[in-house]
Design a protein around this ligand. Sequence first.
Ligand SMILES: *Cc1c(COP(=O)(O)O)cnc(C)c1O
Length: 361
Amino acid sequence: MTLAAYALINLAAVKHNLAKVREYAPNSKIMAVIKANGYGHGLLQIANALQGVDGIAVARVGEAVRLRKAKVKCRITVLEGFVCEPELNALIQYKLDSVVHSMGQLDILEKLSGKTPVSIWLKLDSGMNRLGFTTDQFVSAYQRLEKCPGVKQPISLMTHFSSADDKHSHVTRQQIEIFNKVVDSYPGEKSLANSAGVIAWQEAQSDWVRPGIMLYGVSPFNEYHGVDLGLHPVMSLHARLISVKIIKPGDAVGYSGTWVCNKETRLGVVAIGYGDGYPRTAKSGTPVLVNGKRVPLVGRVSMDMITVDLSSQPESKPGDEVTLWGHGLAIEEIAVAAGTIPYTILCGVTQRVRLENVTAQ
Ligand SMILES: *Cc1c(COP(=O)(O)O)cnc(C)c1O
């Protein structure tokens, strides 16, 4: 037995969720988004579990090169593209596709000889105001790229949604309209939808969809859990009870004594903390599973430990298994209790946590 926290990564669930994406978007190709170490699940393991997918997307050149070096063969797109010639050369050397979103990138591409043309996704800023050419700049950017011998034709076209997780927002409908109007006459393949777009905005599915969070079994919407959408959670995070004690009425627990017990209480200490990626902002009352039963977190989350009220679990003892999220306890619920979103919690799992692959359902 070890006290180290560990995360079980259910690769069968990844395959299930990929199949679900196919059901949601049967007429689109799928570019699986596995940036940030596969949303904290392990880049290479997730890439391998996605075998047969049409393409993969990551944020940075380094992530894409790591995939190629691990013999991942499918189309890989770098969502932030390149910032300098050496990065563009790496993209070409490793046969990686690049998003192109800025004038500076055009200047660099125009210097290419054309020996091995690079595949690009030209990005329209349809309203998010982060990356991409504005509608005013787009046509001239497209025309410049059409003339580049180093750029493979036809150019693919994309945009990204700012508010697709809000089904009632008019912003997404506007973004879809703006994108369609601008790219309508161009022959290249088109892509708009992230996970929320795939599920809530069917008209945005187009040639390629770019699901991220849903592949990990997690809902992109605040009002649903992944299971409500037919998804299976991929990660479950586990640790162990390392101490059980009785504390007296009036005793204050943890840093700053934020939780004071009002009756004699059976208190458990669990070997997990923000040093493992458990969110420090998780409030007293956040559910934790001890031997499969819900108990509330009490007091502050510290670096290596949390404290739980075991009053409802008189049999619990040091060594017992604790689940922080996963099967039976949705990470969406933990995110709400911690005032954050599942994305940040998943990406925040630290290197101290051992990732263990399982393939059983
Ligand atoms: C991260 C990202 C996605 C995936 O978003 P999810 O909400 O995780 O599905 C898709 N497209 C782009 C450009 C992204 O940066």
